[in-house]
Design a binder for this molecule. Structure first.
Ligand code: SF4
Length: 315
């Protein structure tokens, strides 16, 4: 696993409310009875806790644009986070209304995915690996190279800091004990130092379990028996609406190794290209962002040549 300090980004998950309800959402949208909206003071505390972290700071949800204080949050980010470290993930809620402040705050570092393409996929994350495999050392081997932990991010939600964004969302869903207190440097951890969270969440999760791709518009969350029972006990809204299916089966090591051969769950957009800056911001503003990006890229290349140790790893 990757040390938290070496991740390219840490997310601040300002809400778990979303206007979409995709299947197998990594934030379990549709299962929460009452969404949270992180208070401005806590967002500021989260930013302050990341002082010294070399990677970026992401704003994510749910759908962050649904936060009632979204404009104030952007102003806070502008004040406290250096431009090149600001990122946001959105599905485009009231996009025309918010796109100008999004552009001014995050420029090209916007991941806009409307989740509408029929080819889009979500790897189910509630098919607990321990319900399908018996070989604990093999499970650990798979978890140790989990693509989400490798390529994506630790995260902060109202319950604290977590080594992994899915673990953070699980802690909320399953009413866990919470994350690390948001003290300065909480993220400066080696893999050995966050094993408590690994033990608590990774074996209930299926991100690390290779399997055939699942499209986001099937109308069902696929879960394993133990997680089915947990959702049933919690009477989550999606469970009550019969949108959860329990997948009962066993995998052999040979099957898993076979699935792993051409397994690329991080390519979740399918064949769909990313939205262009012109599509996001309009012709003129899109041109400015595209041009600004080119200039910044060139400037960074020169900087990296002069100071190679400051190079950031990116997915
Ligand atoms: S197995 Fe799940 S909880 Fe563990 S690191 Fe991967 S995504 Fe996070």
């Amino acid at each position: 696993m990757k040390a938290l300090r070496d991740n390219w980004l840490i997310q601040i998950e300002i809400t778990n409310s979303c206007f979409l309800e995709c299947d197998n959402c990594t934030r379990f949208i549709g299962h929460h009875k009452k969404p949270y909206f992180m208070k401005l003071e806590m967002i500021e505390q989260a930013i302050d806790s990341l002082e010294g972290f070399k990677g970026g700071i992401g704003i994510m949800g749910g759908e962050p644009l649904m936060h009632p204080d979204f404009i104030d949050i952007c102003k806070l980010i502008q004040k406290k986070v250096p431009r090149e470290k600001r990122y946001i993930w959105t599905s485009g809620y009231k996009w025309k209304h918010y796109r100008s402040i999004v552009r001014k705050t995050f420029e090209e570092r916007v991941y806009y995915n409307d989740h509408q393409g029929n080819e889009q996929k979500h790897q189910p994350v509630l098919m607990a690996i321990e319900d399908y495999l018996k070989d604990r050392p093999f499970m650990k081997e798979l978890i140790d190279k989990c693509w989400i932990q490798e390529k994506w991010s630790p995260s902060i939600n109202p319950k604290g800091g977590f080594f992994c964004e899915v673990a953070a969302a699980m802690d909320i869903l399953f009413e866990g004990p919470g994350g690390y207190p948001l003290e300065k440097g909480w993220w400066d951890k080696s893999p050995q130092q966050f094993q408590d969270q690994v033990e608590r969440y990774c074996y209930r999760c299926s991100a690390a379990l290779p399997m055939p791709p699942v499209f986001i518009k099937k109308g069902m969350d696929y879960v394993s028996c133990s997680n089915y029972k947990r959702l049933k006990d919690l009477k989550t809204p999606k469970f009550v609406k019969n949108r959860v299916e329990c997948v009962e089966r066993e995998y052999t090591k040979a099957q898993i190794n076979d699935y792993a051969k051409d397994w690329q769950p991080w390519l979740y957009l399918g064949d769909e290209p990313r939205k262009s800056f012109y599509a996001m911001y309009g012709l003129f503003a899109g041109f400015l962002v595209a041009f600004g990006k080119k200039v910044r890229k060139r400037r960074n290349k020169i900087k990296e040549c002069l100071h190679p140790s400051q190079k950031q790893s990116r997915p």
